[in-house]
Design a protein around this ligand. Structure first.
Ligand code: ADP
Length: 494
């Protein structure tokens, strides 16, 4: 009887379930959209019950789509949007507040009150104080739900990121667990000792009793008793880390970039954390086979979203794939630079106030130049992150693995290779996040013997090598730097 790994990928706007066979091929998939809630300006929440319902739905559907029974499932791998925070009642299992989504800014004021502890927090967690991470979200719920702090202190509440919540539901409330990658995004986890940090808990006044037990990415997380009594959850990792593993970036210096709405670049830095001074995050890459690997992470807020803006805002294209068709009408952007800082700039600038700008426009500029400049802007922003990563890790990156919707653009991928002057490799299976979770599960169960066995399932669909001379690439990047400087200088007074 053929066996499959069931991978669950619970993302910000949708939940997905995918069945993978031994060759690492996707044999069936199901997806459900997840509505987000915006109770106030800048707040982003989701209903934890809805999240669970979408997961139940996609599991049922993928089993039907794949025409498989629970006997066919070797084990489950779970990956999830990170940092999103849920607190529920230990006795009833009912959430006491909505899930606060990673994007939400509702705990910004709380973060400001901890600004003095910036260095201390960074040294222990590798993170920058920001509402993005779970600690201030937990504080928000305990402050704003009546009686919550007292209940938490009595051990009557449980906290979890999405992985923890889904494990809890899948196991019928039997297990309260998380993995090291998800724990490393809470701002309460010491990435050196690999334990919840007592002093951080004291700082945020968060009772240790609400925290889940932390396990490695390839470990026993109980059985999915809600569905198949004998099916084990054997793999758990946060989405970006799962993608790094899915790309087979097992060794120090191996690096991936995901070109989605935003872009996330992660580099495996081996068994030692590299503490950044230039706005990169230090985080756990994965914890597998008794070894912990660390990663540097850089984020770009507007990646594929710039293409969405061309489509919805500028109406320059009808659909995202048309960007390549239009951009290919010209050989280059003819000196046009676009800095898509719609919501500020992330790594390495961390400027919340800068806004988008376009430079170098002449009478000869056409829609095609602007579309091309938009694709190039995604590559330039990635180049900025890439440079900081190489500098801080002191590791020369030899090639970059890529995934995400915007890798559909050949022009973007070729230009990325040109300005980085390295090879870009796109795998056959672009569901690298779900595949990474499946790998963790399959390595625990013996579905795959070891990472060499996993490597046999990995192959590339396309690769791009530099066609531009190093001199020309340098000149283009210099132009980008001037454009960013100019955009940053432009700030209107209130
Ligand atoms: P997310 O997981 O963040 O929702 P996806 O990986 O699904 O993102 O990628 C969606 C993004 O990719 C969108 O912002 C879209 O504009 C962009 N995109 C999709 N296809 C293409 C394409 N062929 N060329 C350029 N951009 C694309």
């Amino acid at each position: 009887m053929e066996k499959f790994i069931l991978a669950i990928d619970q993302g910000t706007t949708s939940s997905r379930a995918i069945l993978f066979n031994k060759r690492g091929e996707k044999v069936a998939m199901a997806q459900r959209e997840l509505p987000l809630l915006y109770p106030h300006h800048g707040w982003v929440e989701a209903d934890p019950t809805q999240i669970w319902i979408t997961v139940v739905d996609v599991i049922n559907e993928v089993m039907i789509n794949g025409d498989v029974r629970w006997d066919n499932i070797d084990s489950i791998g779970l990956t999830n949007q990170r940092e999103t925070t849920i607190i529920w009642d230990k006795k009833t299992g009912r959430p006491i507040y909505n899930a606060i989504v990673w994007q939400s800014r509702q705990s910004a004021e709380i973060c400001e009150s901890f600004a003095n502890s910036k260095e201390f927090i960074h040294a222990r967690t590798g993170l920058l104080i920001n509402p993005y991470f779970s600690a201030s979200k937990i504080r928000f719920i305990l402050d704003n739900v009546e009686g919550a702090q007292a209940k938490a202190e009595k051990g009557e509440l449980l906290f979890g990121t999405i992985d923890t919540w889904i494990i809890y539901k899948l196991t019928n409330g039997k297990f309260h667990l998380t993995d090291t990658t998800n724990a490393s995004r809470t701002m309460l986890f010491n990435i050196h000792t690999l334990k919840w940090d007592k002093e951080l808990l004291d700082l945020f006044n968060i009772p240790a009793a609400i925290l889940p037990k932390v396990k490695s990415c390839s470990d026993d997380y109980g059985t999915a008793a809600y569905f198949g009594r004998n099916v084990h959850i054997y793999g758990v990792a946060g989405d970006q880390q799962a993608a790094l593993f899915g790309h087979n970036c097992f060794k120090a210096g191996e690096c991936k970039n995901t070109y989605g709405t935003g872009c996330f670049m992660l580099m495996n830095t081996g068994d030692k954390p590299v503490m950044s001074r230039n706005g990169l995050l230090t985080t756990i890459a994965f914890d597998y086979g008794g070894k912990v690997y660390y990663a540097l992470e850089g984020s770009i807020f507007i990646g594929g979203a710039a293409i969405q803006w061309l489509r919805d805002g500028l109406k320059a294209i009808k659909a995202a794939p048309e960007s390549d068709v239009v951009a290919s009408q010209v050989k280059n952007s003819d000196g046009v630079y676009f800095v898509p800082a719609f919501v500020g700039l992330g790594t390495p600038y961390w400027d919340d106030e800068v806004r988008g700008a376009m430079f170098g426009i002449t009478r000869a500029t056409t829609k095609a130049h602007i579309v091309r400049a938009t694709l190039e802007a995604i590559a330039y922003q990635s180049k900025d992150v890439f440079d900081v990563m190489e500098k801080e890790s002191k590791i020369h990156i030899k090639s970059l693995q890529v995934d995400g919707g915007a890798t559909g653009s050949d022009i973007l991928m070729q230009f990325q290779s040109d300005i980085l002057q390295i090879d870009i490799k796109k795998p056959v299976c672009l569901e690298t996040t779900a595949l990474g979770a499946a790998y963790f599960a399959g390595l625990k169960s013996g579905f795959w013997k070891d990472v060499n066995d996993v490597k046999c399932t990995h192959s590339y669909k396309a690769s791009y090598s530099p066609k531009m001379s190093p001199k020309e690439a340098l000149k283009k990047v210099e132009g980008w730097k001037i454009a960013v400087q100019a955009a940053t200088a432009f700030k209107l007074k209130d």
